[in-house]
Design a protein. Sequence first.
Length: 131
Amino acid sequence: MLTVYADEVYYMDVYKGTAIDADRLGAALNRASRHIDSLTFNRIAARGFDSLTVFQQSTIRQAVCSLADFEEDNAELIGSVLAGYSINGVSMQLSRGWNIHVENGVAMPAALYGILAQTGLTCRLIYGGVL
């Protein structure tokens, strides 16, 4: 069973989110949770969310809500098969850059990825112990 790391109550009452309509909120938080799983190489799912430290749990919940907002605000661009476009000399690209981090097919603000990395769960190193 897949765990949603931040539910609607957390999003509205703790995170104070307002960017996502209530009828789409559950799906958005579920999708963001799956993307966090991808970014953390399924370490959360393997260990169980409840076995993480309080800091890790809090950081992951915040990251899920922030990622859900980012994905909601940028849905058209993220869903596009194009990496970029140019019209009349003005161009836009969604790729690795100073403010966007793309990992395992998930695009997110680089600052948010930096916060998620503080949990120690995004490390690419293979580790025999438990993080």
